[in-house]
Design a protein around this ligand. Structure first.
Ligand SMILES: Nc1ncnc2c1ncn2[C@@H]1O[C@H](COP(=O)(O)OP(=O)(O)OP(=O)(O)O)[C@@H](O)[C@H]1O
Ligand SMILES: [Mg+2]
Length: 422
């Protein structure tokens, strides 16, 4: 009887251990897949203080709601009228770099007109990817032969492509149409806003026998990529490094506003980076992109030091120009899961009360004319020959976009009122 009990106990123990091992392995592979961190007991949204886990990023995939597959929306039936496109500032980049890498600013006010970054800072603002550059790169990306496809752009569904001339691009093969649409439409919407921090993007239709893809046919087969799928190609930028959110934008700081202590003591380079952050926050709010600062805010619940880590999907050139990569959560998927993320979007937006004049002006125009959908559609359709194949925002999402523009516009007015004494 005793032997029987001992055997029974041993069997039960082994089952329990196997169960724990199974659950642990599943959890670990899920976390590995999503490059995520472990929960921390400190739950508060705005707390800090746990040991660092460098693998921490976001919980996007855990929370994302799978998108239904749907046919691309036909663009030809959608209205469009003239809209301005030449948004890019043209000033000598070298001259700007020399000036902005100069000494610490002292007496000059970084903010004027209550809530706007001063003109002297605007004069030094990095030009980013100019329209000319983007146009030239898109033409090249559309016509160049891909000679190699390999890892190097994140998940396996994103591949690093080498063109025949040796230059590179990141290819995104969306798991569903939302991802490539989100990436592409966010790129063009940033252009409507005059934000030039996104690397040039072009669409391509996979064809194992077509000239562009034939040399990597075997790799395409092994990736199980289907012929006819529309993928995006984004210019690959060398020498990029990670970016940690600046102190005023970490939630415990009380936000970035004109009265922020120490703002005038910041270096020119720090101010220029802050300016780019304010554009980023506006863009991510409008497109409901949760996969950058917003997901950090969310992750604060279990990782109190997440704000001290590099921000997901944001990189920086050696000159300090921010590069907004991986915008696939924007506009389409972001709008689909808005209920889940809205309070975090609002929280991040409310932490900013200083803006670039030009961006605020664009927002005011889009608000007054209520033509965001039309402007975006027109730019996208005119610039991208495969726009028909990939499709556009649904009518419902176009309404959401216009509403977000209105909310942002009101927020800017509210900031103006609040800091009217300046
Ligand atoms: N345009 C680019 N230029 C240079 N490097 C890039 C570019 N796009 C992506 N990368 C590199 O690939 C990494 C992953 O990119 P991306 O975020 O697009 O893919 P991902 O699959 O979403 O990865 P993650 O889950 O890490 O966010 C980046 O951190 C960067 O190192
Ligand atoms: Mg990413």
């Amino acid at each position: 009887m005793r032997t029987l009990s001992a055997n029974l106990f041993a069997v039960l123990l082994m089952c329990a251990l196997a169960g724990v091992f199974y659950v642990w392995s599943a959890l670990e592979s899920r976390l590995e897949r999503q490059k995520r961190s472990f929960p921390a007991p400190d739950g508060g949204l705005f707390h800090r203080g746990l040991p660092e886990d460098p693998s921490t990023k976001t919980f996007r995939a855990l929370l994302a709601v799978p998108a239904p597959q749907r046919p691309a929306q036909n663009l030809s039936s959608q209205a469009a009228s003239a809209g301005s496109r030449n948004y890019h500032v043209k000033e000598d980049n070298k001259k700007r770099s020399a000036r902005r890498e100069g000494p610490v600013t002292t007496s000059v006010n970084p903010v004027d007109n209550r809530i706007f970054w001063s003109d002297w800072l605007e004069d030094l603002f990095p030009v980013g990817f100019t329209q000319e550059h983007a146009l030239a790169w898109r033409n090249k990306g559309r016509t160049s032969r891909v000679v190699r496809l390999e890892r190097g752009c994140g998940r396996t569904s994103n591949q690093l492509a080498t063109f025949a001339d040796g230059t590179k691009a990141c290819v995104r093969y969306g798991i569903n149409a939302d991802q490539v649409q989100g990436e592409t439409l966010t790129y063009y919407f940033a252009s409507v806003l005059g934000i030039t921090n996104l690397p040039p993007l072009v669409l391509s239709q996979l064809s194992r026998h077509g000239e562009q893809w034939a040399a990597v046919r075997t790799r395409i087969d092994s990736l199980q990529w289907s012929d006819g799928t529309v993928v995006s190609l984004t210019e690959w930028i060398s020498n990029l490094s990670g970016v940690v959110a600046p102190a005023p934008l970490r939630q415990e700081s009380g936000g970035l506003h004109p009265l922020l202590q120490g703002l005038s003591n910041k270096t020119t380079a720090e101010l220029l980076e802050l300016m780019q952050w304010t554009d980023l926050i506006l863009l991510d709010y409008l497109t409901a992109n949760f996969d950058r600062l917003v997901s950090n805010l969310f992750s604060l619940q279990w990782d109190s030091r997440v704000m001290e880590r590099e921000t997901n999907n944001l990189l920086k050139t050696p000159h300090g120009d921010l590069v907004f990569i991986d915008n696939e959560a924007g506009l389409v998927h972001g709008f689909r899961v808005l209920n889940m993320w809205e309070k975090y979007h609002s929280s991040v937006l409310s932490s900013v009360c200083v803006f670039r004049k030009r961006t605020a002006r664009r927002v005011a125009e889009l608000h007054a004319r209520r033509d965001a959908r039309q402007r975006l559609l027109e730019l996208y359709r005119d610039s991208e020959p495969l726009s028909q194949e990939l499709g556009f925002l649904s009518d419902e999402h176009a309404v959401v976009l216009q509403e977000r523009i209105s909310t942002l516009h009101k927020h800017i007015l509210h900031c103006k009122e609040r800091y009217s004494e300046l």
